[in-house]
Design a protein around this ligand. Structure first.
Ligand SMILES: [Zn+2]
Length: 222
């Protein structure tokens, strides 16, 4: 067992990660043992992350792993997550990232499986995210790795992305910032689906939005 005493913020970070994982599970952003989330520790050279085979609702101080940025797993009886590589690489290339929440949330993953980029429709999404690139499967056709994901996040303005046939990634300075992005991505996918369904139902090819006030105001002023 490695000495973890050089990470004085570890218990606090573990508790924050456990709370975020529970919130994702309760919101149905991530059920089963998929997805992953992690946080950078204050020393800057290590992260705490969920291991393979542990569900978001089952994260505890005893099963979370501490991993150095060079990939060394410091203490764990669990297998490292398949997603460990891209989490580590995002922390290496983006010093501004302190937390990552990666979920297989159903609405967003529906868009990702249809090969459709989720449009940033609402004022909130435009302000908080701006662009949400859709990252294709790996060259071999399998799940995305750091080779596919890191080039997108080298752009410091990117804080969220969607993985084709897979899920979502939100990154932030804090775990709550990354958590909120996971929620906004999913919410935006639902709104986009509703918008497109309504346009189809009403045989509208384009959106006609009021320029001010409510739709009724705009109609009455015409
Ligand atoms: Zn995944």
């Amino acid at each position: 067992m490695s000495d973890l005493s050089r990470f004085p913020d570890l218990p606090e970070k573990m508790d924050a990660l456990i709370a975020s994982a529970r919130r994702c599970f309760d919101l149905r952003l991530q059920t089963n043992a998929g997805g992953n989330l992690s946080m950078r520790l204050a020393t800057g050279d290590a992260i705490v992350i969920k291991p393979s085979g542990v569900g978001f609702a089952e994260c505890t101080r005893d099963n979370l792993q501490v991993v150095l940025l060079d990939g060394t797993v410091l203490s764990s009886s669990h297998k490292p997550s398949k997603d460990l590589g891209f989490h580590l690489d995002l922390y290496r290339i983006r010093p501004d990232i302190n937390a990552i929440v990666h979920c297989h949330s159903p609405w967003a993953t529906g868009y990702a499986s249809a090969g459709i980029e989720i449009p940033c429709l609402t004022v909130q999404t435009i302000e908080k995210i701006g662009r949400m690139p859709l990252i294709p499967l790996s060259a071999a056709g399998g799940p995305q790795t750091e080779e596919d994901i890191s080039p997108v996040f080298r752009d410091p303005s990117i804080c969220a992305a969607v993985l084709a046939n897979h899920g979502t990634i939100g990154v932030g300075k804090t775990i709550m910032a990354a958590q909120y992005l996971a929620e906004i991505i999913e919410e935006t996918a639902q709104i986009a689906f509703l918008r497109d369904t309504l346009l189809t139902t009403h045989s509208k090819a384009t959106v006609s939005l009021p320029r001010f006030g409510t739709a009724a105001d705009a109609t009455s002023s015409n």
